[in-house]
Design a protein around this ligand. Sequence first.
Ligand SMILES: [Zn+2]
Length: 681
Amino acid sequence: MKKKHIVAMTIICTVAAGCGQKTAETPEPKKEVVPAIELSNMDTEINPAEDFFRFVNNEWLKNNPIPEEYSTYGAFTEIDQHNELLIQDIIDEVSQDTTAQQGSVAQKIRDFYNAGMDTVAIDERGYSELMPYFEMIDNLNDKTQLAELLGKLHSEGIGGFFGAGGSPDPKNAEMVIMHLYQGGLSLTDRDDYLVEESQEMRDKYVEHVAKMFELTGTEPEAAADKAKRILALETKLATNSMTRVERRDPDKTYNMRTLVELQKTTPNFDWNTYFKNAGAPMIESLNVGMPDFMAAMDKIILNTDLNTLKDYLRWKVIHGSASMLSSDLDAENFSFYGNYLYGQEVQQPRWRRILDATSGCLGEAIGQLYVEKHFPAEAKERMLNLVGNLRIALGERIKNLDWMSEETKAKALVKLDAFNVKIGYPDKWKDYSKYEVTPDSYFENVHRAIRFENEREMAKIGKPVDKEEWFMTPQTVNAYYSPEMNEIVFPAAILQPPFFNMDADDAVNYGGIGVVIGHEMTHGFDDQGCKYDEKGNLNNWWTEEDAAKFAERTQQLVKLFDEFNVRGYQINGQLTLGENIADLGGLNVAWDAYQMTDEAKANQSIDGYTPAQRFFISYGTIWRNNSRDKYIERQVKTDVHSPAEARVNRTLGSMPHFYEAFDIPEGTNMYIAPEERATIW
Ligand SMILES: [Zn+2]
């Protein structure tokens, strides 16, 4: 379980779905020169016009079956694995340093990791560390005390009913304000509670909840009864929750209210008490992401008996802590969430999970050591150059759009010009001096980290946005665009092959990291990003006519993805729209930027492939991925990113230069008739 604090209302558009899972294999850190294109991964027996994804990756797919401790395995996971070895080295070095001063970063990393690995002590404690929380819940005598209790639990990272946190005001992106958002569910999506086809999942969930209660001291019969009532309560919350597609509309989730107004719509929940106990500063107004949900929650609390509310909170304590407790609870938690939901056969080895947790709680402390050793200064320079070229290319594309008025174009260019770019690592590192880590309790170390983060987050509310802050650590293999900061961010860890290869030809780098850069830039102009202006404010800068044309074009992309399935799992074109716009835009922008290079002008083939072909092969390579059916099933329901295969085989169908590069004839699988292709940016 990730315990990292996430500013839930900040929309961060990443290039990939989260990949926090690790493998037991311990490949040697790669130091050799990596070929620009690994020809042995391709399968030239496969016609690129029929299945480009497998033409590029089939041998890799065959030679890289999903390790049993993974549910999905691809280029992102490969780098992640490699990175873990580097981080493990850093931690090993730090762990052996017995002279590390008390309070130093080295001492914190060492003690956090070692306490997490001490399964003997953890097993001995069982669930005893939950007792103070159970006591707090037992002491709840009537519902008026719920606000106080919930505030305390939330400040400890224990969920329930809703979430609260600070992030920029979408209409005044210079300032951090308080946001409230729906929450309280324990399955992966509201539909899991509501649709017929998820009945088996709900049955298994009830069994799992009951089992977790049994493991924490409840008699089987009472445990089964609690589990059923918890499902019923969560189902009511789910019924009143916005769907993932609805939540993608930032206008719908922006609802400023004074505290007095909020209180009127939720008369049974005392917000002042809640905020005080959650560690929030005094506030007069806030953004209520889902006002209908809040009003419904108030009534649900009113109409639910006190014992069920207490059981629900007790469940949230157990559920949120499972990975920090004894092996019986940890294993039961994995068997439902890892094995049943995602098809992962065995759990990741403990060292990887603790490494991950250390990287979660002390992310920038490790990040600082990581970049000192593993991030060459030349990489940053090369990236800045690439970003500069991509920016020029996107600017030219905007100027040449045949469907947009000059008026809107001018505003789009202002926004593009204002993009802030962050590469590698933050200029200013997070200060962990107030975070105390001790060698004796893993559970306490994690909880202190949560409290430390909660305090840090709450302290931001009512203050100007810190523009230097990063929302990913340097060792994260990913990238993001933040509409409220109007910035694109590329952590050091993604600047490695197959995304970025210092020894590769430009075609390969533009088809890899170039597309990733273009992807993040395009997020500034996707169906969400386009609603924010150059300052990060939710502020419509489009003429009505252009907005209508944009919507029409994006609906074409929705249709193309709605029609596409991966192994029978239907993609939701609306849910994945922003990412699909970004992929298509990223390809086009990176292509244009590549055309400006000397290498593209020279047009010399390498390994028997033209530069244009190498550009697309590189794009196909970054999405090489094997996933279990269950993973794909969850992904199409919950992830804004389309499955990797679709990101290649569907997106390329709307990319004109792909047709030229591989001579794609009508009637093949990859072919989309010109009038049906999506052309947006
Ligand atoms: Zn994205």
